[in-house]
Design a protein around this ligand. Structure first.
Ligand SMILES: [Zn+2]
Length: 337
């Protein structure tokens, strides 16, 4: 186990600091936020999760390199998930920080504010389509009981569009990389050879796909295209939101593309073995996480992620003409063609 989550401000390039902020009770351990000197205070890529400890942690890390959270002028947020977005809103409240978020996150945020609840309704639709309404009910009960933090979910100041943003002496190009979420952006400093990758490219795990609110046709197909998009750009140092930085974004993207091809092949093999069946049954026949755990060993939340990921792979097999879907109110049945 490496020590990437060690608190502090770790300089990754001239005037650019990686700051891991602890994520309590979460398998990801920490979220990396990146602060850079602009000549007029600081700009950040991602802000972190607003918890009782995250702001003091950010402040202490910045103090060690002669800065403070109060001097953060702008935050460029890669996507809407709480571990990236909600501390930005708190920074704005305290220090007037400007918050930018990808404009394709607008529908998801709109829906979240509308339902004002932590119930992942879109994923529950997918669970029912996957033939596991019981799991959908269980997740709805658990998440519905958690108080919704309305003040963590205000709108950003700016809806960011793909294109170039001048950040001090650096130019960050916002690149639309839908997949992990619809409006996910990576920020590419081409001249400096840095890729602020958010959760699009993570060094040791493959990011969950399409876990957010709002209807979405083919999140995995979009994700694979977004990986190809990174390969088509100049290579850069990988600065991920979870895990240690790496020397080559391209190297990791190539691995992730291979991972999904293997996963698609495994999914097809299970379909071949089981005959026409539901996504839930396929998910239960696959192994999960890089430690290849059985589905039965996963908690309810991770069973949901696993099942949604399985139906996303089945949808791509259908898109590629390898499988067919027969709709049924009790759950779609998939088969090889
Ligand atoms: Zn994240």
């Amino acid at each position: 186990m490496d020590d990437w989550a060690e608190p502090g401000a770790h300089e990754v390039a001239d005037g650019v600091f990686r700051i891991p902020l602890a994520m309590p009770g979460d398998g990801l351990r920490a979220v990396n936020v990146y602060a850079m000197e602009t000549g007029d205070g600081l700009a950040m890529v991602d802000a972190g999760w607003w918890t009782s400890t995250s702001l003091p942690e950010l402040d202490a890390a910045l103090a060690a390199v002669g800065h403070a959270a109060s001097s953060v002028r702008d935050v460029y947020v890669t996507h809407i998930h709480r571990d990236h977005y909600t501390l930005a809103i708190e920074l704005r409240r305290r220090y007037g920080t400007r918050v930018g978020l990808g404009h394709d996150e607008a529908p998801g945020l709109h829906e979240l504010l509308e339902i004002a609840s932590n119930v992942p309704v879109t994923s529950l639709v997918q669970l029912r389509r996957s033939g596991d309404p019981e799991l959908a009910e269980a997740i709805a009960a658990v998440t519905g009981a958690v108080e919704f933090e309305a003040d963590a979910w205000e709108k950003p100041d700016t809806w960011l569009h793909p294109g170039e943003y001048a950040v001090g002496a650096r130019v960050l190009e916002a690149v639309a990389t839908p997949g992990h979420t619809r409006g996910h952006l990576v920020f590419h400093d081409t001249a400096g050879g840095l890729l602020f990758a958010g959760d699009h490219v993570l060094p040791t795990i493959s990011p969950s796909i399409g876990f957010e609110l709002g209807e979405w046709e083919l999140p995995l197909a979009d994700y694979l295209s977004s990986l190809e998009l990174v390969l088509a750009r100049p290579d850069a140092v990988l600065l991920p939101a979870h895990g240690a930085p790496g020397p080559s974004a391209h190297a990791r993207v190539t691995e992730l593309l291979e991972h999904h091809e293997v996963r698609l092949a495994e999914t097809a093999q299970v379909l071949d073995r089981l005959g026409p069946t539901t996504a839930s049954a396929v998910a239960q026949s696959l192994t999960w996480t890089r430690h290849r755990r059985g589905y039965a060993d996963l908690d309810e939340f991770n069973r949901m992620i696993a099942t949604c990921e399985t139906i996303a792979h089945l949808d791509v097999l259908v898109q590629r003409g390898r499988a067919a879907e027969v709709h049924d109110p009790g759950g779609s049945r998939f088969s090889l063609v």
